[in-house]
Design a binder for this molecule. Structure first.
Ligand code: HEM
Length: 419
């Protein structure tokens, strides 16, 4: 590597960590000082970080075969043989089984249910109540994913599965385990077991029924997979398919809260147009500024050459940074600013510079679902309620399993009476 860390860089990294209250600050500082290829210099944790369109193309498309998704980390411990953490033929088979339930052509079939589940959650809000949209979005996203893929109406189950799900997310989030791998983490066992019991229960229930629904769960059963492998796919879809949507919905509210003029224009478009172009642009810009999955985590199976003497040796961990790619000032004008008009129809962004769903053959399997869901849920919420933002200045990006607005997205929600 050409550029080595210096004491000055060390100080800038510490300052940014304090200012931004998240490792995103240091990542931005390292990117600005060193460039599109650097190594995180922590004791016992020295992954390589790459970003930018060329690196993304190499990692996601042209040299994808030199990388492994399966890892020795809590994500693989939890998801075991889930489609997200398998490689090669096993991955292709699993992905092939999952794709039909999430194909853009079938999404209209979920629309009514998505609106109904959104209404279910908002029906419990008192008029003028202050709600935390990070929590409310998670309820909505959980109800939707469980019903869409496993035909489970989870409303009554929410109190029981809420804590286990949050614990599973915490289990896979960056934490002290990164530096001290061998620390036992017994506090999670009981919650992860509760989540497993819930999922195995759903599988058992379905196996007993003669006539199954034609959903993802049924495809997996009909394909002859064992209960364990079905559980791995269900847990993968449950976590990957709701935690991301939760973060996206919550960030949209944060950005609307911080930009009242866009908020007002969006509400007026949603009230008057069948399909609001601004809504699409706001969703896209939220995904650019705060990509819920902000890095892709890989192990190099072979050496990877990024040019200019920058190589990742075989066996090393590497991250491609979606966050840094989408905030690269060399590509994006006013990269840190919220400007939904960047995504006005007809305007182009350079290939592989906008990658909130990854790219190549392992791009997000739920990309179309996630975006359709966000459009429907946001339209419904903004049609039904006026949202007055509170404490927006206290929000920072928290690096958990996804990039989340913390500590909360507080808004006063008042029911609208439409003409
Ligand atoms: C806003 C919503 C979402 C975002 C931003 C998002 C983002 C991503 C990204 C960036 C990747 C690739 C990660 C990598 O390269 O390492 C990915 C993969 C994946 N996503 Fe999503 N996702 C979203 C919604 C969903 C939904 C709704 C589902 C399921 C219903 C889902 C299931 C998956 C799965 C299974 C993979 C792994 C695919 C594979 O390796 O073949 N995601 N997602």
């Amino acid at each position: 590597m050409k550029n080595k860390p210096t004491p000055e860089l060390g100080r800038a990294v510490m300052r940014s960590l304090i200012q931004e209250r998240s490792p995103l600050g240091p990542l931005k500082v390292m990117a600005a000082h060193i460039g599109r290829f650097f190594q995180i210099p922590l004791p016992g944790f020295r992954p390589y970080v790459v970003f930018g369109p060329e690196a993304a193309r190499k990692v996601l498309v042209t040299e994808k075969h030199k990388l492994l998704w399966r890892n020795h980390d809590p994500v693989t411990d939890l998801l075991r043989r889930g489609v997200l953490v398998t490689d090669g033929e096993e991955h292709e088979q699993l992905r092939g089984l999952m794709e039909p339930s999430l194909h853009p052509a079938v999404l209209h079939g979920y629309a009514k249910m998505i609106v109904a589940q959104t209404d279910r959650v908002t029906a419990a809000w008192g008029n003028g109540q202050i709600v935390d949209l990070l929590i409310e979005a998670r309820k909505i996203a959980l109800l939707i994913i469980l019903e869409a893929l496993f035909s489970v109406d989870a409303w009554d189950d929410l109190p029981r599965i809420w804590k286990p799900i949050l614990k599973a997310i915490e289990y896979v989030s960056p934490g002290a385990w990164i530096l001290w791998r061998r620390i036992p983490r017994p506090g999670y066992a009981k919650y992860l077991k509760a989540l497993d019991d819930y999922l195995y229960g759903i599988i058992q229930e379905r196996r007993k029924r003669k006539e199954g629904k034609q959903d993802l769960l049924q495809h997996l059963i009909d394909a002859g997979l064992s209960d364990d492998v079905i559980r791995d796919q269900m847990l993968t879809m449950l976590i990957a398919g709701h935690d991301t949507s939760t973060a996206l919905l919550a960030w949209v509210f944060v950005l609307l809260g911080q930009h009242p003029a866009v908020h007002a224009q969006l509400v007026s478009e949603i009230d008057t147009l069948d399909k609001s172009p601004l809504l699409d642009q706001v969703i896209k810009e939220a995904l650019r500024l705060y990509p819920p999955i902000h890095i892709g985590n890989r192990i190099a199976a072979e050496e990877l050459d990024f040019g200019g003497g920058n190589c990742i040796p075989a066996g090393e961990r590497m991250f491609y940074s979606i966050y840094l790619t989408q905030r690269d000032p060399a590509i994006w004008e006013a990269a840190d600013e919220f400007r939904p008009e960047r995504f006005t129809r007809g305007r182009k962004t350079p290939p592989m510079s906008y990658i909130p769903f990854g790219g190549g053959p392992r791009a997000c399997i739920g990309a179309a679902f996630g975006q359709a869901e966000a459009r429907l849920v946001l339209s419904r919420l903004l049609q039904g309620f006026t949202f007055e933002p509170l404490d927006m200045d206290k929000i920072h990006a928290h690096m958990g399993a996804t990039l989340e607005p913390r500590p909360a997205v507080r808004m006063k929600a008042t029911r609208r009476t439409l003409p």
